[in-house]
Design a protein around this ligand. Sequence first.
Ligand code: FAD
Length: 342
Amino acid sequence: MVDALEHLQPPNTLRLNAQAQALRSVHSVAEIESALAWARAQALPVLPLGEGSNVVLRPQLDALALLVRLSGRELLEEGRDFITLRIGAGENWHALVVWTLSRGYYGLENLALIPGTVGAAPIQNIGAYGREVAPFVVAVHARRVSDGKQLTLSAAECEFAYRDSVFKQALADSVVITHVDLRLARSPATNTEYPALRAALDARGCGDDVNPQQVFDAVVALRRARLPDPALEPNVGSFFKNPIVSHDRAEALRGRYPDLPVFPLDAQHCKLAAAWLIERAGWKGHRAGGVGVHPGHALVLVNYGANAAPVLLALATEIQATVARQFAVQLELEPRVYGVAP
Ligand SMILES: Cc1cc2nc3c(=O)[nH]c(=O)nc-3n(C[C@H](O)[C@H](O)[C@H](O)COP(=O)(O)OP(=O)(O)OC[C@H]3O[C@@H](n4cnc5c(N)ncnc54)[C@H](O)[C@@H]3O)c2cc1C
């Protein structure tokens, strides 16, 4: 049941060499059940993967890499104001955004062009340009790796937070998501507060009465202009999360660095721009040993040809150390790291 030995390299947009102990593409719930049963019989952990656009794979993966390829876009409920969709975990996220917009189902415009699959979207609660996927998620359906049991989690049970969810915490690496139920609006309700998006819309001559297609077009243009294409410069998008600190801590830092960007989050906390900290620490455009920090975007680490995770992770550790030294702020990795540590 396991794919041929020469196909043990899982896909990953960093193009890092990695060999899984076993690798299997699954296209249905039945195939997932059978793959999980096989892994249990072999006492192998399971690593579910979509398109590999948010993982750092070390050379040796002692796991069954499960490429989740379930398709399907089912209309569950159609109300006057909302519709509920059940989407197969293997569907491409951007293709879903394009499709929903074409059908007049609104809300996902700001999340256009985020690489990866629908099944991975809840894992880190994907977000961009002022929106996250969390408010659109009604339920997440999954199979438990340990016994194949079917689980359905409500949005509250997913414990969504900034680039975080229960799937990175209590349920980390222990379920395979099969479907995601999303609730979208039937009338446009655009969100254009994010400053870079608002500026892009203004530059395109869009007034206050912006429609979802205009938001989609602006987001796509912004992302194409700003983010390196993984096909040309292998990367996983942001390598670090934006750090969350107390207001007092942010104010103290602002005293020393008046141009430090600070985004208020709640009464106690605010978010700092990791890209600004990394750039200020002198890393933007740094390139050595086949890896580097993108010259146009300090949050993006690029594999220029090193082809193995350790050298990239060593660069990430160095960046974390200098940012901690200079600003006393700890940067946390955004992608998940898998494989046998050296
Ligand atoms: C150029 C670029 C830009 C990006 N921009 C953004 C952005 O703006 N906002 C953002 O939030 N992210 C962004 N990302 C990160 C990435 O696109 C998202 O995290 C995406 O959701 C990952 O999807 P994937 O299918 O590639 O997941 P993978 O990388 O394959 O997996 C990511 C994690 O999800 C788990 N997983 C995947 N599928 C399943 C499943 N079916 N069941 C259980 N677990 C699963 C994996 O085990 C792993 O832990 C960007 C990445 C790139 C390369």
